[in-house]
Design a protein around this ligand. Structure first.
Ligand code: AMP
Ligand code: GLY
Length: 428
C-alpha cells in the first residue's frame, strides 16, 4: 500500500524510513518532507519521495492523499491534528493515524489537559488555569511555592516559562496575557507548581481502548552542554534510559496512559494515535508534565530505530481498534541521536549552508530535518538540521556510533551537544 506522511522534520524522516521497511508498504510519500525524504526502492525498503504541501492546509493535504491514492496517512506535527485533519480524512473515508481534533486537545489546550488529569486522578503538578490576568495574579499571591507559567495553546514547545521567584512569574503572566508573546496561545495561562526531577518520555500507541508502549526515552531540551542555555525543540535523545526500570514504565502505563485512554473514551473522544506522556520522576513519585498527541522530535529518531515490529501494521491495527491483537516488540540494545543545529539556534541563524560528508556516514542513520535540495546540493534550511542516530548493545556504543557519524558531516557554523546521554552513563 501507498503511505502518506505529513510533516517535514527529523521525526517525519524517521517515520517514513520505518514505514518504508514495512512488508505491506510499497511506496511512501512525504508532504512536504525535506532534503532527506526521497530515495529509490532498495532491498527491504520501499521508495520514498516528497511532494510540496502546507501542513496547515487541511483541504490541500486531503487533495494530496486523494490524488496519490494513499491507503494510510500518518501525521507528524500537532498543528494539522489540532486543525482537525483526522476528522476531515475520516469524513472522506480515508484511513489516517492520529487523534481527532477533540482528542488532540490533550496537547492543543494545556488547560483542557490539566482539567482532564484532575478529573481522572492522573498524577500531575498543582495548577490554576486563567483567562483573566487579575485572577492569575491573585492566584500567584495566594500560593507560596515556585511555579512554571504556560501558555495554554500551541506555542511550538516554547510557551513554558520556568520561574525562580514570584516577580518572574508575574512578568511571565504579563508577557503572555498583555504582550501576547505567544499570540492567542497565551490568552489562557496555566500556572503550575514547579517540580524537580529527571524527565522521561513515554510514547504509547492507542486505539481508543488499548494502549501499547513504545520504548521509553529521554530528550535533551536545552541548547548547550550541561543542560544549560535556552529551551529548544530537542538537541538529542536516547532510548531506553538505563536507570529507569520496567516498574516505573508499568506505573506510568497504569497511572497515566491507560487512565487517559479510558477517560477520553468516557468523554466521548476516544484517543487513537500516539500519546506522548512527558513525565517527571519527582521525589514524590511520577508526575505528568504534559501530553503531546503525536510522536516526539527527536525521540522518534531513537524510538523507531528500536522498534522491531512493523509500524504500518501497528498503525492500521490502532485505526481499526484491534491493537490488542498485535505485538509491539523492540530490538535489544540502545539507540542515541544527536541533533546538528545551525549556529545560533534556537535564536536567529543563517540558512543555505552546503552540507558535506553525508555519504561518508557508515554505521549510523542520518535523519534530515531542516535540509533541502538546492541545485543538486543538500543545504541547511532550518534550525535543527540533522539528527544522527547510532545503535548498539548499550547506550555507550549507541552514543559512540552517533558521534562517529556526526564527525563525518559538516556545514558552516554547525553546532551540537557533546554530552547527550552522559548523565545516564555517569549514573551507571
Ligand atoms: P511542557 O511543554 O509542558 O512539557 O514543558 C516543557 C519543559 O518545561 C518540560 O520538559 C520541563 O523541562 C519544563 N516543565 C514543564 N512543566 C514543569 C513543571 N511543572 N515543573 C518543572 N518543570 C516543568
Ligand atoms: N521532544 C519534545 C517534543 O517532541 O515535544
Amino acid at each position: 500500500m501507498k503511505v502518506l506522511v505529513i510533516g517535514s522534520g527529523g521525526r517525519e524522516h524517521a517515520m517514513a524510513w520505518k514505514l518504508a521497511q514495512s512488508s505491506v508498504v510499497s511506496e511512501v510519500v512525504v508532504a512536504p518532507g525535506n532534503g532527506g525524504t526521497s530515495w529509490p526502492a532498495q532491498d527491504g525498503l520501499a521508495s520514498c519521495r516528497s511532494v510540496p504541501a502546507n501542513v496547515e492546509d487541511i483541504d490541500g493535504l486531503l487533495a494530496i492523499a486523494q490524488k496519490e491514492g494513499a491507503e494510510l496517512t500518518a501525521v507528524g506535527p500537532e498543528v494539522p491534528l489540532s486543525l482537525g485533519i483526522v476528522d476531515a480524512f475520516q469524513a472522506a473515508c480515508l484511513k489516517i493515524f492520529g487523534p481527532s481534533q477533540m482528542a488532540a486537545q490533550l496537547e492543543s489546550s494545556k488547560a483542557y489537559s490539566k482539567d482532564f488529569m484532575a478529573e481522572m486522578g492522573i498524577p500531575t503538578a498543582e495548577y490554576g488555569a486563567f483567562t483573566d490576568k487579575a485572577e492569575a495574579l491573585t492566584y500567584l499571591d495566594s500560593i507560596d511555592h515556585l511555579v512554571v507559567v504556560k501558555a495554554s495553546g500551541l506555542a511550538a514547545g516554547k510557551g513554558v516559562i520556568v520561574c525562580d521567584n514570584k516577580e518572574q512569574a508575574m512578568a511571565a503572566v504579563a508577557e503572555m496575557m498583555d504582550d501576547k508573546r505567544f499570540g492567542a496561545a497565551g490568552d489562557q495561562v496555566v500556572i503550575e507548581e514547579r517540580l524537580t526531577g529527571p524527565e522521561l518520555s513515554l510514547l504509547a500507541i492507542c486505539d481508543g481502548k488499548t494502549a501499547k508502549q513504545l520504548i521509553h526515552s529521554r530528550d535533551h531540551k536545552r541548547a548547550y552542554d550541561g543542560d544549560l542555555g535556552p529551551n529548544t525543540g530537542g538537541m538529542g535523545a536516547y532510548a531506553p534510559v538505563p536507570e529507569v526500570g520496567p516498574e516505573v514504565i508499568a506505573e506510568v502505563m497504569e497511572k497515566v496512559v491507560q487512565p487517559t485512554v479510558d477517560g477520553m473514551a468516557k468523554r466521548g473522544h476516544p484517543y487513537v494515535g500516539v500519546l506522548y506522556a512527558g513525565i517527571m520522576l519527582t521525589p514524590n513519585g511520577i508526575k505528568t508534565l504534559e501530553f503531546n498527541c503525536r510522536f516526539g522530535d527527536p525521540e522518534t529518531q531513537v524510538v523507531l530505530p528500536m522498534l522491531k515490529s512493523d509500524l504500518a501494521e501497528i498503525m492500521l491495527a490502532a485505526i481499526d481498534g484491534r491493537l490488542d491483537q498485535v505485538k509491539v516488540e523492540n530490538h535489544a540494545g540502545s539507540a542515541a541521536t544527536v541533533v546538528m543545529a545551525s549556529g545560533g539556534y534556537p535564536g536567529s541563524y543563517t540558512k543555505g549552508m552546503a552540507i558535506s560528508g553525508l555519504d561518508g556516514v557508515a554505521g549510523a542513520t542520518v535523519f534530515h530535518a531542516g535540509t533541502k535540495m538546492a541545485d543538486g546540493q543538500i543545504v541547511t534550511s532550518g534550525g535543527r538540521v540533522l539528527a544522527v542516530t547510532g545503535t548498539g548493545d548499550n547506550l555507550q556504543q549507541a552514543l559512540d556510533s552517533a558521534y562517529l557519524g556526526i564527525k563525518k558531516v559538516n556545514f558552516d557554523k554547525a553546532e551540537f551537544r557533546t554530552d547527550i546521554g552522559q548523565s545516564s552513563i555517569e549514573n551507571q
